[in-house]
Write a protein that binds this ligand. Structure first.
Ligand code: AMP
Length: 279
């Protein structure tokens, strides 16, 4: 596996590959890798000749009071895991490489970012779209791999590549979970033992919602209320949002007719966890 921090170097490698007619799969990450990230590499390795993973904790997608500085990092372990998973090039730029002095331009995402996480994290998707557009331009992948874990991110980025006419196929991969169904996340490491024990109830609540829908309940408010009751049963948990939304437009639904995404964000102390389920 080749490791580089340089945009010039990775661009050169990717353009050589393209000249040889090789296909490139890109897996963008913020590092502190877990099996969720590695499942994206596995998919990319199956469907492309070469796999590039970016490892970059992107400051522009964190709000001023968010966890940028304390976001978990372990580059040594990440590189080992990336290598074992079949990454061909790990691109690990520093902040100055991505945003040099004098940097000025940002992607301004549209209405999709007014819902769900966009509401509680103003500016987050502007940072995500900007950094991912830069990665797309640097790597010029044929395919890009993202997790359903960040469902809104996937929908927002898909709209971006459509609006900007980028010739990239987007892949949304299933959420990888712990054995007790907590969605894997780099942020799980922040949880206290007590919070960690309570956290699987997010998926339990989503699963109960799915069952209610399967049993014929299609009133979104009633399902949301039930999710809220389950989560509120845990004293340490504070709901940021629970939403039942259209899978494509992310607009809130009153009646569920043709499926939906049920998404939530819940605070455990200073740690905000997200999860979702498609119904
Ligand atoms: P992050 O490093 O948190 O920015 O995540 C990088 C990519 O991995 C994103 O596309 C995430 O959606 C994806 N991802 C994170 N957690 C999981 C998971 N538990 N299962 C599958 N994909 C995930």
């Amino acid at each position: 596996m080749y490791i580089t921090t340089s945009i010039e170097k990775i661009s050169q490698i990717c353009s050589d590959w393209r000249a040889q007619g090789l296909t490139i799969g890109l897996v963008p990450t913020m590092g502190y890798l877990h099996r969720g990230h590695l499942s994206l590499v596995e998919a990319a390795a199956k469907e492309n000749d070469k796999v590039v993973m970016s490892i970059f904790v992107n400051p522009t997608q964190f709000g001023p009071n968010e966890d940028f500085s304390r976001y978990p990092r372990d580059m040594g372990a990440d590189l080992k895991e990336a290598y074992q998973a079949g990454v061909d090039v790990a691109f690990c730029p520093n902040v100055e490489e991505m945003y040099p002095a004098g940097y000025q331009n940002y992607v301004e995402p549209g209405p999709l970012t007014t819902y769900l996480c966009g509401k509680s994290r103003p500016g987050h998707f502007r940072g995500v779209c900007t950094v991912v557009l830069k990665f797309f331009n640097i790597v010029t992948p044929n395919n890009a791999y993202f997790g359903q874990k960040d469902y809104q991110q996937f929908v927002v980025l898909k709209q971006m590549i459509k609006d900007f006419n980028l010739p990239i196929t987007m892949h949304c991969m299933p959420i990888i979970r712990e054995s007790d169904n907590l969605a894997l996340s780099s942020r799980n490491v922040y949880l206290t033992a007590e919070q960690r024990q309570a956290a699987p109830m997010l998926f339990a609540a989503l699963s109960e919602a799915k069952q209610m829908y399967a049993a014929g309940e299609n009133n979104a408010a009633i399902i949301e209320q039930r999710i809220s009751e389950i989560i509120s049963g845990f004293p340490g948990a504070r709901i940021d949002y629970i939403a039942i939304a259209d899978k494509d437009t992310l607009e809130p639904l009153t009646d569920i007719e043709n499926g939906a995404v049920i998404a939530l964000a819940v605070w455990f102390g200073n740690t905000r966890l997200i999860d979702n389920i498609l119904i």
